[in-house]
Design a protein around this ligand. Structure first.
Ligand code: SF4
Ligand code: SF4
Length: 330
């Protein structure tokens, strides 16, 4: 109760304050999150890599996503296998064991020869966690089975609908019955889980089903979300630190590296994997300048300036700073 009153008055005071005072206050709010990060713009190797193999989605329903079919202004490009293989080979050289997510703003199951991409990563990166998030519209026994055989570790199935009680589509039911159950009988599937079991043991394959409203209003994706374009107020009074570029790397299908998964159109790429080794981009000047600006609570022009994401992972549960940022952004 006391915390709620405290939070209420703090937010009122914050909203009434002039922009310069708000920014000073945000400096203080983000302090605990800033202090663990290197101050010189460097970062240890990322542990999340998002690779967008094709810039397309087959969904027409998600009101919050700039990739929704018919609205996406990007050309339809698929990453050539040779370009992809170059990235995986570079990761193999450093024995990468983090996450590889085969999506960014797209639907991975409509990538031609997708199991081939997964199998190559599995062969070269035995320790990596290979995953997709899919809307499931193309998930059938025929598309799902080769992915499990290729060594995929996780399917996050996001069922976007206006009705959260809608029955599971038949092709997905058949995938579950004809493919998943056989794996489950061998004890290889964890339902609704993460990379590690509740006991902390590594697991082989995780299958998560999430029912989500297609009408949700999420973050503004740097001003590109169709139902939340970002307000001018946010540009005058941007949020502060964002730790995303300290642990996550995103590559789209023409090889460009963006700031984060909200950087849908990537107007200012941080590099291109066709021209430069991956780690050179990660440790390069553009990434360094972005991180240093964010450490100064200075969200750079472009997507960061309008972005309404708090920019931190919710890890310091129930600290006043975390409660404040949640109230401010959610
Ligand atoms: S949220 Fe996913 S399924 Fe929906 S339009 Fe965007 S990429 Fe497609
Ligand atoms: S501030 Fe927003 S747009 Fe910029 S890197 Fe962070 S999450 Fe991405």
């Amino acid at each position: 109760m006391k915390a709620k009153v405290f939070d209420y008055y703090m937010m009122r005071l914050y909203k009434a304050a002039p922009v310069w005072l708000q920014r000073l206050f945000l400096w203080y709010v983000y302090r605990p999150y800033r202090q663990d990060l290197p101050k010189d713009g460097t970062a240890p190797i990322f542990h999340e890599l998002y690779i967008e193999l094709r810039t397309r989605c087959n969904s027409t329903v998600c009101r919050f996503c700039p990739a929704v079919k018919g609205a996406d202004e990007r050309p339809d490009i698929t990453m050539p296998f040779e370009v992809y293989a170059k990235v995986i080979d570079q990761l193999a050289e450093i024995n990468y064991g983090g996450r590889i997510a085969f999506y960014l703003s797209n639907e991975p199951l409509i990538v031609k020869d997708f199991p081939r991409y997964v199998a190559y990563a599995r062969e070269k990166l035995p320790q990596a966690w290979l995953m997709i998030t899919t809307n499931g519209q193309a998930l059938t026994p025929k598309t799902g089975r080769p992915l499990l055989e290729a060594g995929l570790n996780m399917i996050n199935l996001n069922l976007y609908n206006d009705d959260l009680e809608a029955p599971l589509p038949e092709p997905i039911k058949r995938f579950e019955e004809e493919v998943l159950q056989a794996y489950a009988q061998q004890g290889r599937v964890q339902y609704q889980g993460s990379r590690h079991s509740a006991q902390g043991q590594p697991v082989d394959f995780v299958y998560n089903v999430n029912r989500r409203l297609a009408t949700e209003v999420l973050t503004n994706r740097g001003g590109s979300a169709p139902n939340n374009l970002g307000d001018h107020e946010r540009q005058r009074s941007p949020l502060g630190l964002c730790d995303n570029p300290f642990y996550s790397m995103t590559i789209t299908s023409d090889g460009r590296v963006g700031r984060c998964c909200s950087d849908h159109y990537i107007h200012e790429a941080l590099g291109n994997i066709k021209d430069q080794p991956l780690m050179e981009i990660w440790n390069g000047a553009a990434f360094g300048a972005l991180r240093r600006a964010l450490l100064r609570n200075d969200r750079p022009a472009g997507v960061c300036r309008v972005c309404d994401s708090a920019g931190i992972r919710w890890s310091r549960q129930n600290s006043w700073q975390e409660r404040f940022l949640k109230n401010l952004t959610q």
